[in-house]
Design a protein. Structure first.
Length: 209
């Protein structure tokens, strides 16, 4: 039976959405896998507040065909790779609410033993590239998931002084202060490697559950 990988993400301006596509491509390079991309539902208040921002509106329209994430998706998956943009160094409220409302899955241990990982986007190099992944690690541990990083041995591009994403904790990209940057090719490559790594780990863990 195929290893099932879920990619739930939240993306206001499309950067994490594009990274999610690269992660999925990496997953598909592993034999006998099935991958599903789902988006975290936006708050109605944010949609209203941002309705005059053309970049936000275009990004949301671009993602309109992606199904909204449910808790059943989490139960379906053997491995989960989260697309989490930073908000003040940690996950945004939209993602936190999705996790907070999954208490039933926590109580029943339904995510225990599943491989998990993070990819992120920040406005600047020091805007939360590492802290977003590290702080996300905490609730995932409460759910009993097994965190998968992105080591230098598999991802030598992150050993650089260039303004690119990537760390041992997650794949990432720098959107720029105004959100005008797009993920660089190297960022997408790192995202794909993370997808493949999680798919392999999830497949191995599946045999133990």
């Amino acid at each position: 039976m195929a290893t099932k990988i879920l990619i739930p993400y939240y993306s206001a301006f499309g950067h994490v959405y594009h990274m999610a596509q690269a992660v999925a491509e990496g997953v598909r390079k592993v034999d006998d896998v099935e991958v599903k991309i789902v988006r975290i539902k936006e708050f109605a208040e944010v949609e209203k507040a941002m309705s005059e921002n053309e970049y936000y509106v275009k990004a949301q329209e671009m993602q309109s065909d992606i199904p909204v994430a449910t808790h059943e998706d989490l139960k379906w998956a053997d491995g989960i790779i989260w697309g989490i943009p930073t908000r003040y160094g940690s996950m945004p409220a939209q993602m936190k609410q999705y996790l907070d409302s999954a208490g039933g899955l926590w109580m029943n241990g339904e995510l225990e033993g599943k491989a998990t990982a993070v990819f992120t986007s920040t406005g600047s190099i020091h805007g939360g590239q590492e802290t977003t992944a590290l702080t996300s690690f905490v609730p995932f541990m409460h759910f009993g998931m097994i965190f998968v990083g992105l080591p230098y041995g598999e991802n030598p591009e992150q050993l650089t002084s260039d303004a690119v994403g990537g760390s041992p904790y997650s794949a990432s990209t720098v959107a720029g202060p105004e959100g005008g940057e797009q993920p660089k090719e190297v960022d997408m490559t790192m995202a794909g490697r993370l997808g493949a790594r999680v798919a392999k780990v999830a497949g191995a863990l599946k045999t133990l559950r």
